[in-house]
Design a protein around this ligand. Sequence first.
Ligand code: NAP
Length: 344
Amino acid sequence: MTQKQSLRILILGGTGLTGPHQVRYAAARGHQVTVFNRGRTQPVDWPAGVEHLTGDRLTGQLDALRGRDWDVCIDNPTTLPSWVRDAGQVLAGHVSHYIFISTISVYANLEQPPNESSRLASYGGPDVYAETMDTLRASGMQLYGPLKVACEQEARRQFGDATTIIRPGLIVGTGDQTDRFTYWPLRLARGGEVLAPGTPDDPVQVIDAHDLAEWTIRVAEQRITGTFNATGPAKTLRFGDMLRAIDPAAQLTWVPADFLAQQGVKPWSDMPAWVPPQGEMGGMMRADVSRAVAAGLTFRPIAQTARDALDWFRSQPAERQAQPRAGLSAAREAEVLQAWRVRP
Ligand SMILES: NC(=O)c1ccc[n+]([C@@H]2O[C@H](COP(=O)([O-])OP(=O)(O)OC[C@H]3O[C@@H](n4cnc5c(N)ncnc54)[C@H](OP(=O)(O)O)[C@@H]3O)[C@@H](O)[C@H]2O)c1
């Protein structure tokens, strides 16, 4: 244990992508960890001594938290302001520090690289507390950024200066159920000619779930408050360098953004973790992370993240592995490569 004091840490949502890494790191550093969730997500093999409380934030069922005190609460899964309000009603005065996991998608304009002072998206609906997971989904996730902004504001309302806001970029690696980064190590491992998007110089930012989780625990230990973009690495990573780090021998064919657009190949969903550096999302992969780095955010090498992601994916059930959740199918990739080869 390297920190001075053992903390009582409450982790809301400890079984998703980042929670398990927080739990393991915190327990290894001698903290007393309590997790709170519905108990629906696949149970995690916790270290000894981790306390598990159940409840449901959708229905405001938070009784298990009442009358208890913790040094810090980390709120992982929340996109609805009513969840923050309800947590505040039970926990304000019972936790000394509240860490809210927000998102880089809070910024109103991602054409330019955002820093923490960039303009935020605003909610234009009738009642922010009336929004539900259903209305969020029905918006095609258009409400995601504005609701996260409203959550941040609610967090400050409930917990004041004892609030930390962490705004991650794309969270990747072990446990990532979206396969948005994992597509690349998987695709490179398959071999053959690989469709690579845009140019090798296009910037890319991701954050390994371990790095995010471990830094969050260190933020708790040092009681760092304020607002932080949290993606990485510290210096610009180029897409070509990322793919070469994953497989130096990969046979890459770079296809420009405009040709991909003509072919109907979409950034982000079809070519995961990639957005063209020009255009309305052009600044998304160039967020300023200097504040978080100054506050101790560190990054493992991208090759290690890729190995971990691949190992984790290959440990999943066969039916899950048969249905990757992001990126082009092999057949579609071959079609696009062929179209590129025979272009006029
Ligand atoms: N993924 C990304 O690339 C990305 C990027 C930027 C920001 N973010 C943000 O980062 C956070 C990531 O969270 P995560 O992926 O670690 O977890 P998550 O998938 O958002 O949340 C899952 C956790 O929350 C619990 N949970 C879900 N619904 C609940 C409810 N109604 N009541 C109580 N507990 C509930 C789940 O357990 P049960 O199912 O058992 O309840 C599980 O422990 C989110 O806030 C997300 O917006 C994500």
